[in-house]
Design a protein around this ligand. Structure first.
Ligand code: GLC
Length: 570
């Protein structure tokens, strides 16, 4: 068990802001930094401690800011450096920390380093990127890019291919080159010296590629091979992160969370075991993969509760065992909306949103709330393909139509379920034009048509709203150290309807019961708990009292947390 005092970020809750879609202060249809500053008091009122901003740097926005052309300046569409300084200061004045996205697996092809790099093999920047000679007149291997096509792009004037694991406008940096690492460390110092409180590190598990660039297997009816075997958790990734920690991070009191695709818990502990001094947390994808199927992410499957229990419990237990710390999330700017994917965004929207919040926020780790989750924002169910902006979505549309010959209806169904743009539609503040996000005639991405019934103003008018429930969850985390420190134990593992677990502390226990059933069900409290004194800390329905035999009746999507006195940690 960790020391009760812990690190500040272990007791914290993070609120993720997607700057383009949060609040538009100059009414040009795109959210901006001043818009965020205007809404800091909202985030404070919710109770979050840390704000994570998706990339705000200069960028051609091929991938919405994940293609950076200048790491030290603010994208003009979002504001100026003065605006950022003000945002940071106001946040700190309110006691909110700010972390930024560090996107250093790749840059934009418009970054001056890349422009120099592609001038010739003799350029002093050539080696900043990963260039390979053609093999028998073809690409050096079969890797496909995450957003469609090969991950190699040929540049005729150079006579070589460069690697891009993402769009071709996102060339991969060559971390083997010590100069590249120093450049990255300098960029980090630049922001840390301004006083930011940490970084979320984009696809950090991909920065070290296997030197022999082995072909990948071809799965999910794709034309190209997966690059993961050759690029995820590569041979030098931990050397690089140790170096980063020693040279930069260890000099500041900051928090880091690495996005680590294709990293299971055994691999993950290597990043976050405190004794290894690399990162503080990682975002894993194991629970995101539970509804993948023949078309990967865009399959029609729904997750199975037993699998979810298995995955989340494994991460809880293994992280605790290996001196690591979990990041806890249901959604972010790359995923569908939580309530649509894991709950029910129709009849049970409010209760299932609260239930999901309870399940996650009572676990050990640092919870991340994605903007709008706290009011139960949903996927978009009525958009046409012309309403979408995201390049992953447009690629899957083409593939479904042209390669797999699925119907328009099947294609759009998959997109409505999983497109990243589900999460990127503007924040719904009130029922005025554009949901109060912007006064522009047209917003960069259409507002979800349900904004009149789901918005912040309405939520704040209703004491039973998802907003106030999330506020209470955060408050409870702040008030009860057992949520940070208690030992996790899954109970009733084979119950197909209920996810229940204990958090066991020194002199009390939390019992968390979350139903995924859409009907009333009975649940039996474990024998060793049922005779002990208990009180309900939070629940999303009527008070749940159990009878003498320990039976509780759970409403559809019920969530209830009991604080139980007496049972001690073994
Ligand atoms: C990460 C980001 C995603 C982006 C990709 C490439 O997965 O979260 O939005 O498209 O990396 O940078």
């Amino acid at each position: 068990m960790m020391n009760e005092s812990g690190k500040w970020w272990q007791k914290s809750v993070v609120y993720q802001v997607y700057p383009k879609s949060f609040n538009d202060s100059n009414n040009d249809g795109v959210g901006d930094l001043n818009g965020i500053t205007e809404k800091l008091s909202y985030i404070k009122e919710l109770g979050a401690d840390i704000i994570w901003l998706n990339p705000i740097y200069d960028s051609p926005h091929v991938d919405n800011g994940y293609d950076i052309s200048n790491y030290r300046s603010i994208d003009a569409s979002l504001g100026t450096m003065m605006d950022f300084d003000q945002l940071l200061k106001r946040s700190h004045d309110l006691g909110l920390k700010v972390i930024l996205d560090l996107v250093v697996n790749h840059t934009s092809d418009q970054h001056p380093w890349f422009k120099e790099s592609k001038k010739s093999k003799n350029s002093s920047y050539h080696d900043y990127y990963i260039w390979k000679n053609p093999v028998e007149g073809h690409e050096p291997n079969n890797w496909g890019s995450s957003f469609g096509g090969s991950s190699w792009e040929y540049v005729k004037s150079v006579g070589q291919y460069y690697l891009h694991l993402f769009a071709k406008q996102q060339p991969d940096l060559n971390w083997e080159n010590p100069k590249v690492r120093q450049e990255v460390f300098d960029v980090m110092r630049f922001w840390l010296d301004k006083g930011i409180d940490g970084f979320r590190m984009d696809v950090i598990s991909l920065i070290s590629k296997k030197p022999d660039f082995p072909d990948g297997t071809i799965v999910q009816k794709k034309k190209f091979g997966d690059y993961y075997y050759g690029a995820a958790n590569g041979p030098r990734v931990h050397d690089y992160l140790k170096e980063m920690n020693k040279e930069v991070l260890s000099h500041y009191d900051v928090v880091t969370v690495g996005e680590t695709p294709h990293t299971n818990v055994e691999e993950a502990v290597k990043y976050v075991d405190r004794r290894r001094q690399e990162l503080d947390m990682v975002f894993h994808f194991d629970h995101m993969h539970l509804d993948y199927g023949e078309y990967g992410k865009f399959s029609k499957n729904r997750f199975k509760l037993l699998d979810l229990k298995d995955v989340l419990s494994r991460w809880q237990t293994e992280m605790a065992k290996h001196h690591g710390w979990n990041s806890l999330y249901w959604s972010n700017h790359d995923q569908a909306r939580a309530v649509s994917r894991f709950g029910n965004d129709g009849k049970y929207r409010v209760s299932s949103a609260k239930m999901l919040g309870t399940l996650l926020h009572m676990m050990q780790g640092t919870p991340y709330i994605y903007e709008g989750e706290e009011i139960g924002m949903t996927n978009v169910h009525d958009a046409k393909i012309s309403d979408y902006n995201d390049l992953e979505t447009l690629d899957i549309y083409n593939r479904f139509q042209n390669d797999y010959h699925l119907t328009e209806e099947e294609t759009m169904k998959a997109i409505h379920m999983k497109s990243r743009d589900n999460a990127r539609t503007p924040m719904q503040w009130d029922e005025s034009k554009n949901a109060g996000f912007s006064k522009a005639d047209k917003t960069w991405l259409k507002v979800n048509s349900n904004f009149r019934s789901i918005n912040v103003a309405r939520a704040k008018d209703n004491p039973d709203s998802v907003f106030y429930y999330y506020q209470k969850l955060i408050q409870i985390r702040h008030d009860y150290p057992i949520i940070t420190t208690g030992q996790y134990r899954l109970i009733d593992a084979n119950n197909p309807n209920v996810f229940s677990y204990e958090r066991i502390g020194n002199d009390n226990t939390l019992l968390v019961i979350c139903s995924f059933a859409e009907k009333k069900i009975q649940y039996k409290v474990p024998d060793d708990l049922k005779k002990l004194d208990h009180k309900v800390l939070i629940s999303n329905g009527d008070q749940y009292e159990w009878d003498t035999s320990g039976d509780v009746v759970l409403q559809p999507y019920a969530a209830v947390v009991y604080l139980i006195q007496g049972k001690e940690m073994l």
